[in-house]
Ligand binder design. Structure first.
Ligand code: ATP
Ligand code: MG
Length: 437
C-alpha cells in the first residue's frame, strides 16, 4: 500500500464528528490525531471500532474547548466529548502521556502529560496499534513501522518486548487475541518474550483476562491465538488445571475452530472431560466434570451463565466416544441437557476429532428433528389435567407423577397421548398414596 492509498483510506474512514473534534483542537493550536485500533482497522479494510483521539492539549483545555464533555478518566487524561445524540456521538480524547514504572504489572505508577506524540505512541503495546493519523493535516505518524507490519501481517511489541510485557501482563493476552482476530503472525522475538511475562500475567485481574479470551474465542480461527498461547505457557498460567490435559495443542485448537461460537468455551475446556468413566456415567452428564469446569470458568470470571453452559457441555462431551446408543438412552441424555443446550451439545460432539459422526450424533439429531418429547412441558397432559380430570390435590404429588410419566415417555414416545397418560397417572396416584378423591 502506498502512502497516498493509506491517506485516502484514512481520510475516507474517519467519521465526521471525530474529524471535527480534531479540527477544533488543531485550530486552537494543539496537535490532535486519531490513533490505535480504529486507525489499524481502517488501514486493514476492517470495520473500525471506536475512534480514539490523542492530543497535546491538557485535559483542562479539552474540557474548556468543548461545550458537552464528561471527565471520564481525568487522572489518565481522558475526556469524553459529546458531539451529538447517543453513545455513537461520544469521542474519547486522551492527552498524550508518558508512563512511569509499572511496579504492580497492572497499571503505571504515574502518568506524565506534556510529552510529544512519539512518546505517547511508544507506550502502546503493539507496533500496529501505534500508528497515528492527523485528519486536519492529512498526515500519518508512524515512527515504529506500523504500516510495514500491517503489510507483513506481523505483530511486534513496541520497543523491548520483555520490558513491555513484564510491565503490563495483559499485553501477552492482547498479542494472542490480535493474532487470532487479525490473523497475523507473532514476530519470533515478541513471542519469545511472553515466557518472561507470565508472572505479570498471573497478577492481571481475571476479568480482563477472560475479556481477552472471550474476544479471542470469537475470532474466525481461535487456533491462531490459542496455539501460541499454549506453546508459550499462557494457557498454563490462566488455566493451570486445563493445560496438563491438552495432549496436543494443534488438535485441541483445531477442534475449537470447528466448534460454532456458542460452544467455543466448552470446546476449550473439553480436555477436562473424563475419558474413563463407568458404564452408568457414560450415559449421563458427568456431574463431577460439570462441577469442576464450572468452578474453573467462574474463577476466570466468565459469567455464571457462560460458565454453567460450558460446564454442562463439557460434562456431556465424553458421550460421543461411546457406542452403541439406544434411542431411549439418547433421549435421557438430551433431557438432562435441557432445551437450550441440546443443539449445542450436538455441535460440540460433531466438532470432536474422534467420532464426529458417532451413532450418538445421528440419533440425537433424529430425536430433535422428530420433536420427540424430552421434558415435562412436552407431555400430552399437564398438571391441570391431573387436577381437573383425576381430581388430584394440587401439590408435590402432581409434580412427581409428571416426572414419572416423562420417564415412561422417554422410554417409549408413542405413549405420549392423553388417554394412556391419564390412565397411568391414575395408577401412579394410587401407588403414591394420594387417593383420587
Ligand atoms: P479493539 O479493536 O479491541 O478496540 P484496540 O487496539 O482499539 O482494539 P483498545 O483496548 O481499544 O484496543 O485500546 C486502544 C489503544 O490503546 C490500542 O490500540 C493501543 O494503542 C493502546 N492500548 C490498549 N491497551 C494497552 C495496553 N495494555 N498496553 C499498551 N497499550 C495499550
Ligand atoms: Mg478500541
Amino acid at each position: 500500500m502506498t502512502d497516498d492509498e493509506a491517506l485516502q483510506k484514512l481520510a475516507a474512514a474517519v467519521p465526521a464528528n471525530v474529524r471535527e473534534v480534531c479540527a477544533r483542537l488543531s485550530a486552537a493550536g494543539h496537535e490532535a490525531v486519531t490513533v490505535g485500533g480504529a486507525v489499524r482497522d481502517a488501514l486493514l479494510d476492517r470495520a473500525p471500532g471506536d475512534w480514539d483521539v490523542a492530543t497535546s492539549a491538557h485535559p483542562d483545555h479539552v474540557l474548556a474547548l468543548f461545550r458537552h464533555t464528561i471527565p471520564t478518566g481525568l487522572q489518565h487524561g481522558t475526556v469524553t466529548v459529546i458531539t451529538g445524540r447517543g453513545i455513537e456521538s461520544h469521542v474519547e480524547v486522551t492527552t498524550f502521556r508518558g508512563e512511569g514504572a509499572y511496579s504492580d504489572a497492572r497499571r503505571p505508577d504515574h502518568v506524565t502529560f506534556g510529552v510529544p506524540l512519539v512518546e505517547d505512541l511508544a507506550r502502546r503495546d503493539l507496533v500496529v496499534n501505534a500508528i497515528a493519523y492527523d485528519p486536519a493535516h492529512d498526515r500519518l505518524i508512524d515512527p515504529f513501522g506500523g504500516r510495514a507490519d500491517l503489510d507483513a501481517r506481523r505483530l511486534r511489541a513496541v520497543g523491548d518486548p520483555v520490558a513491555r510485557f513484564t510491565e503490563d501482563g495483559l499485553r501477552v493476552m492482547r498479542v494472542v487475541r490480535f493474532a487470532a482476530k487479525l490473523e497475523f503472525a507473532i514476530d519470533p522475538a515478541t513471542e519469545a518474550a511472553i515466557g518472561a511475562a507470565l508472572p505479570s500475567l498471573a497478577k492481571v485481574s481475571r476479568e480482563r483476562v477472560s475479556d481477552e479470551l472471550r474476544k479471542l474465542l470469537a475470532a474466525r480461527e481461535p487456533s491462531r491465538g490459542l496455539v501460541p498461547a499454549a506453546r508459550t505457557g499462557i494457557i498454563a498460567t490462566i488455566a493451570p488445571e486445563l493445560a496438563p490435559q491438552i495432549a496436543n495443542a494443534d488438535v485441541w485448537a483445531a477442534r475449537i475452530d470447528r466448534a460454532p461460537s456458542e460452544t467455543r468455551l466448552a470446546a476449550m475446556f473439553a480436555p477436562l472431560a473424563r475419558t474413563t468413566v463407568d458404564e452408568v456415567t457414560a450415559r449421563h452428564v458427568d456431574r463431577e466434570v460439570v462441577a469442576r469446569v464450572a468452578a474453573i470458568a467462574k474463577a476466570l470470571k466468565f459469567s455464571n451463565a457462560e460458565a454453567e453452559a460450558a460446564a454442562m457441555l463439557v460434562g456431556a462431551a465424553h458421550a460421543t466416544a461411546w457406542a452403541p446408543w439406544n434411542p431411549a438412552e439418547v433421549r435421557r441424555l438430551l433431557r438432562e441437557l435441557g432445551a437450550k443446550l441440546r443443539p449445542l451439545a450436538i455441535a460440540l460432539w460433531t466438532s470432536a476429532a474422534v467420532r464426529p459422526n458417532s451413532p450418538l450424533v445421528a440419533e440425537a439429531r433424529r430425536v430433535l428433528d422428530a420433536r420427540e418429547p424430552l421434558a415435562i412441558g412436552d407431555l400430552a397432559i399437564g398438571g391441570q389435567d391431573l387436577v381437573g380430570d383425576l381430581a388430584l390435590k394440587p401439590g408435590p404429588v402432581v409434580g412427581q407423577i409428571l416426572d414419572l410419566l416423562l420417564t415412561v415417555v422417554l422410554d417409549d414416545p408413542t405413549l405420549n397421548a392423553r388417554e394412556p397418560l391419564l390412565e397411568r397417572a391414575r395408577k401412579l396416584a394410587l401407588e403414591l398414596g394420594d387417593g383420587v378423591h
